[in-house]
Write a protein that binds this ligand. Sequence first.
Ligand code: MV4
Length: 457
Amino acid sequence: MFKKVLIANRGEIAVRVIRACRELGIPTVAVHSDVDRESLHVRLADESVCIGPAPATDSYLNIPALISAAEITGADAIHPGYGFLSENAHFAEVCESCGIKFIGPSPDSIKNMGDKVMARQLVERYGVPVLPGTDGPVSAEDPGLFKIAKKIGYPIMVKARAGGGGKGMRIVFEEGQLKDAILAAQGEAKLSFKEAGVFLEKYLESPHHIEVQIAGDMEGNVVSYPERDCTIQRRHQKLVEESPSPLVTDRLRKKMGKAARRAARAAKYVTVGTVEFLYDGESDFYFLEMNTRIQVEHPVTEIVTGIDLIKEQIRLAAGEELGYDKDDVRILGHAMECRINAEDPDNNFSPSPGKITGLILPGGPGVRVDTHIYAGYTVPTHYDSLLGKLIVGSARGRDAAVARMARALREFTVEGIKTTIPFHQKVMAHPAFRKGQFSTDFIDKYFSPNGANSHAK
Ligand code: MV4
């Protein structure tokens, strides 16, 4: 096992990783930027190192500063959290070449899955269903373009090969829109990812976003966990996640689990990762992408299985064997997570940083809060707006979990800044949500741009 772990991240995930290390008996090193000196992860770690000024490019993305901090403190492993350098194959390579274990998959796994064209091809060869699409990048000038598109069939989605998070994507309903869409997606992809390549894929209308957590060890053993439903999103930001999905039957769960394990094998995956699928709501699902990191919503799976995924991740990175398989993993009830952001839901979810003057965290049966905030903490403007996650679980199923979430949201009080708590209360009260009847258009369909909800529509 590792002697000391450096956490190359901030916020709630840094706190979460420190907690797992503490329980494993591993000393921790926090790193922080100038403005994060008073952050909770700095207080909870055994040691801390300031790695630079507030902008992430100068601190949390500063590879030389991170490697120096690990060397100075004698850390033999780095946990990247999510975001920042967590899916950066170059960083994983630098760690490796410095004799520091990157707590994540190999640089090759990260590279292969980061390229959405390669990922599609790789998993398809392992028998994972993918939507009809191109095997490589396309150009607006390609003389065979319309023929290729016709064969896929409209509507078509143009997607960035370096994509993810909804950037560099365009929907095309007819031939006349195709070239402009390719050019626009290429421009956006170039700006966002410094890589202009785009590919075509059949567009699936009003799908469900279902993802399957997987884990793999160095012996090639893989396991899949029950799915998470992440269909409730706004502009590609997930807002509510739950497990199991209200839509997924036992039969479908088995099929998706098998497909996810195949994708994990295709990537030669070690540690924990996630296979994302689009589900048509009837009988078919398709590989979307693989996330080669721990995700924000991992606690939903932890609550519904009783397995600590961060501990699993660290253990597997250290070379330990998985020691169990899919049939050993049980669904213990229903779990749900609401992301609590420093955003004003009545003002188009605009950022709301500032000082938290008062704070009451919810508690009681089946309630977990993963957060780095405290009364007196100032939310900086420089980073994402996630304040924390409210996670609930109930052995009695989805209705009980929704009731528990609504109860916990009522208790949750953050003073001094605006948060998404009132928005989540409206979601929990919404009849369609309560019935589990929603697809990716839920927010647009039921919540008007200013945040006022309408049950009438
Ligand atoms: C799609 C799709 C429909 N068809 N691909 C959104 C984020 C990015 N990872 C991929 N996304 C989508 N890809 C095909 N072929 C619809 C989406 C999509 C979406 C997916 C899941 C949850 C919410 C969404 C909102 C808009 C679009």
